[in-house]
Design a binder for this molecule. Structure first.
Ligand code: ATP
Length: 234
């Protein structure tokens, strides 16, 4: 329903084989909000995103705009407006930029057209005949985000979009995410780069050993910077 959060997770547990890696996670992201998951390596951030899109064995409740999806297979999720950009980006490296964009099914009227994608990402237009493998890390990240916009997603799950990128490209990705936020997109971001996350996020969850350890608004985090020392050792 309209008043439901874009994403609401309750009692989420997840496993790799016998290994129990997420322990009773509860979190939500409101419509139009940008929320960041922080935590050390191995805390369970990536697994949380993978659980939301059904890539790991999980139990509990995951509602998208009020609709329960815990039993939904992965191909039923994209039509509900969720788009996942994994850390390894998941573009087709042997295809051109344009083929990567044209190959996708569009699930919603809100889906960007290829022309709209190029307006938002002028550098992808310049590189539109280049193969995925020929793109820089930043261009690959832009293409990966462009693909989920093209599919019509309005809730974006982004796993460390700035990892390994030069500062000038990190800035460009930040500007892009701010733009998407201003367009009303809902964003759940996994990010180790706290300085980057601080410029975008409305709220933060801190994960530790597969559990949620803390939830903080940006203002609260600014008032208690020691929280980050405690959980992240920064
Ligand atoms: P990172 O930034 O290192 O990815 P993370 O917070 O995203 O950290 P996860 O990748 O979600 O952490 O990992 C959570 C736990 O699950 C860790 O203990 C990790 O070793 C384990 N794990 C991750 N992927 C697998 C897998 N494919 N098989 C088994 N265990 C895994």
């Amino acid at each position: 329903t309209h008043s439901s959060p874009a994403l609401q997770i309750e009692s989420l547990n997840a496993w790799y084989g016998d290994s129990h890696v997420l322990d009773n996670i509860a979190l939500h992201v409101s419509e139009g909000e940008t929320v960041t998951l922080l935590g050390r390596n191995g805390a369970g951030k990536t697994t949380t995103l993978r659980s939301i899109v059904g890539l790991v064995r999980r139990s509990g409740s995951i509602r998208l705009r009020g609709r329960e999806t815990i039993k939904s297979p992965i191909h039923k999720l994209a039509p509900l407006g969720i788009g996942y950009v994994p850390e390894e980006r998941g573009i087709f490296s042997t295809l051109s930029v344009e083929e990567n964009l044209r190959l996708l099914p569009q699930y919603a009227d809100s889906a960007f057209t290829v022309a709209e994608i190029y307006r938002l990402f002028p550098n992808l237009q310049e590189r539109r005949h280049s193969q995925g493998t020929k793109l820089s890390g930043g261009e690959q990240q832009m293409l990966a985000i462009a693909r989920v916009l093209r599919s019509g997603a309005r809730i974006l799950l982004l796993d460390e979009p700035t990892e390994g990128l030069a500062p000038v490209i990190v800035q460009e990705i930040g500007d892009l995410l701010k733009k998407l936020k201003s367009l009303g997109y809902t964003i759940l971001l996994v990010e180790q780069n706290f300085r980057f996350a601080k410029k975008l996020a409305d709220r933060f969850y801190v994960m530790e050993n597969g559990k949620l350890a803390e939830t903080l608004t940006l203002a609260e985090l600014n008032r208690q910077p020691d929280v980050l020392d405690r959980y992240l050792g920064v």
